[in-house]
Design a protein around this ligand. Structure first.
Ligand code: N01
Length: 554
């Protein structure tokens, strides 16, 4: 096995060329995959990345305890058999530093950095109808034209600003999990406050509690979280994965969520006896991962089944958390289990048994303001040396509307999506020709295994560009009717589930003023892939493929 340290760091681009066939925005896992794949087509390429290196999500989210909640053998690139053979994960759910090492290894291994300009933010991307070209401009004042613009900016990459009164006067340090300082943060022996109890906080809290002087956790909504049981990959999974690794990853593309679960089933709770249901739930708890959400087919469809599983969950919290009042606060209510992303944790509930940790429910004790020395609720002031905001992201649309994209007639993506995003197949929008948004709104992305879904998008885009060249076409644009139909379809599929009942980021409910709608496709990765296959086989149904006047003149 070659390690990341053995490969020399590949050098990155310093000059921006005047033109490239494809410009890729973002050098996370999507951007790297795009550069690799489009190079194979012989296209000229250029990429921009705001960070100093590759890694995307795993570059920015350096908070303590950050790990992937998908097993690393599943959450990895499938595009190269050699790479699959070379890289070995040291743990079942790898840490952020190891995932970032992997990203760096891939960048070196395939010399991807040579086409990427780092520390560069794209500030506008404008489509010129007469020239049939996009012009991408950066914060450094550079610009480049391209025929195809591909965004790989992530779904959860714009952290919400902590808009708390008085924060500007706070004399201590404050940080955000989603933009954790690269130089690190020291919390040993300090009074620390964590605001938020989503996935990021649930991973942060147990780590910080180990060495903080005191930790106060401010919770608005209690969350469902199951033990990750991190460690070496269990034997039964080793056998399943490594018997034929490439075939295994290919198989995952034909599953609902880009992963398999031991207790995954097509049977509903009612198909099991009461005793069998209890046994399955107990087994699911012991197996970890999303077995608890997968052990009955109808958990996120049927309220009764959901309540039964939620009651089982509540009993586990009461068993684990010693102080009954704290346990009750930690038991979620008001939304069905699984309709906010089920978290995976390491000793989250156990952490509230520590003497140096307390939990404040801000529904009972609202935050009034941040003071110079801590956080003031309507009952008391909590002193703090460090405040960690783990308050989430402007998900799915935030990263895209921030790119200053303007399509036909100068219409901005922000304007086009002001009443909610309509994005054909989660990849393209009418009025924005030759723009491909990898894992855009209404894609399966966040409800599946992200790396496999973005590889799927990128392969499809590459095949599409190749097919267009074969047909002498140079312009592709999503049709209005197909886009409306896809939006209606994604909404209809979501409305068949319990997901719309939660005030989640899936619904855009975590950002004030954001239109409330389900922002992803919940019909399954398998059905999603089949839809893309059908669209391509049917002469790119739902898209207009044309030849621009520019090409005709040439
Ligand atoms: O963000 P979140 P996250 N005052 O939005 C609270 C992925 N991810 O960064 O629920 C007080 O889930 C908010 O409360 P409420 C994963 O897909 C993956 O944790 O809105 N509190 C909530 O408790 C995940 O779903 C991994 O009432 C405020 C929390 O802050 C997604 O990222 C790890 C508040 C935000 O939770 C987002 O997770 C981490 C306010 N003003 C993340 N505003 C892994 O792979 C918000 N909150 C393991």
């Amino acid at each position: 096995m070659t390690t990341a340290a053995q490969l020399q760091r590949s050098s990155s681009a310093s000059e921006v060329p005047p033109h490239a066939d494809v410009v890729v925005i973002g050098a996370g896992f999507g951007g790297m995959s795009a550069l690799y794949r489009f190079r194979q087509l012989g296209l000229s390429l250029f990429g921009f990345e705001q960070g100093t290196d590759v890694g995307g999500t795993w570059y920015w989210n350096r908070y303590p305890g950050a790990r992937c909640d998908v097993e690393s053998v599943d959450y990895c690139y499938s595009f190269s058999r050699e790479l699959l053979g070379e890289w070995q994960w040291s743990e079942r759910f790898s840490t952020q530093p190891e995932i970032l090492d992997y990203a760096g290894y891939v960048a070196d291994r395939f010399d991807l950095r040579r086409d990427i300009k780092f520390e560069t933010k794209v500030v506008s991307s404008r489509y010129d109808e007469a020239a049939n070209l996009w012009t991408v401009t950066t914060d450094k004042g550079e610009s480049i034209t391209c025929q195809y613009l591909v965004t790989t900016v992530g779904c959860l990459s714009v952290p919400k600003d902590p808009e708390f009164e008085g924060l500007e006067n706070f004399k201590g340090e404050w940080v955000q999990t989603g933009a954790w300082p690269k130089q690190g943060v020291d919390w040993a022996g300090k009074n620390v406050i964590v605001v938020g109890t989503g996935s990021s906080a649930i991973q942060t809290i147990p780590e910080v509690a180990k060495t903080a002087g005191h930790l106060s956790v401010f919770q608005r909504t209690a969350n469902y979280t199951v033990p990750a049981y991190n460690g070496p990959l269990p034997d039964h999974r080793r056998e399943e994965v490594f018997a034929d690794y490439p075939a295994y990853l290919e198989m995952l593309k034909h599953t609902r969520g880009g992963q398999t679960f031991e207790l995954g089933t097509d049977l509903s709770a009612a198909d099991f006896s009461h005793e069998e249901q209890r046994e399955r739930l107990e087994q699911a708890w012991q197996l970890g991962r999303w077995n608890l959400q997968s052990c009955f087919r109808d958990i996120t469809i049927n309220e009764n089944t959901n309540r039964m599983v939620a009651d089982f969950f509540a009993a586990k919290v009461r068993e684990t958390v010693k102080d009954p009042a704290t346990a009750e606060k930690l038991i979620p209510s008001g939304y069905p289990l699984g309709t906010k992303r089920l978290c995976l944790d390491s000793d989250y509930f156990e952490t509230f048994n520590r003497d140096n940790v307390d939990l404040i429910d801000i529904n009972e004790e609202p935050i009034v303001r941040i003071t110079e020395s801590g956080l003031q609720t309507d009952k008391q002031e909590y002193p703090a040396d460090l405040i960690i905001f783990a308050i989430g992201f402007d998900a799915m649309t935030g990263p895209l509307v921030n790119l200053g994209i303007e399509g036909r007639g100068g219409q901005s993506l922000k304007q086009a999506w002001q009443d909610g995003p309509e994005c054909y197949l989660g990849i393209a929008a009418p009025g924005f020709p030759n723009l491909f948004m990898v894992n855009g709104p209404s894609s399966v992305s966040v409800l599946s295994n992200m790396i496999l879904t973005l590889e799927h998008h990128i392969d499809w885009i590459a095949d599409c560009i190749e097919a267009m060249r074969g047909k002498g076409r140079d312009t592709i644009e999503a049709r209005d009717d197909a886009t409306h139909e896809w939006a209606a379809h994604t909404e209809m599929v979501a409305n068949r589930t319990l997901f719309p009942k939660a005030n989640s980021w899936y619904m855009g409910a975590n950002v004030e003023g954001k239109p409330r709608m389900f922002l992803a496709y919940i019909g399954g990765f398998d059905n999603y892939v089949a839809k893309f296959d059908a669209v391509a086989a049917n002469d790119f149904e739902g898209f207009d493929l044309t030849t621009s006047k520019v090409e005709e003149r040439a």
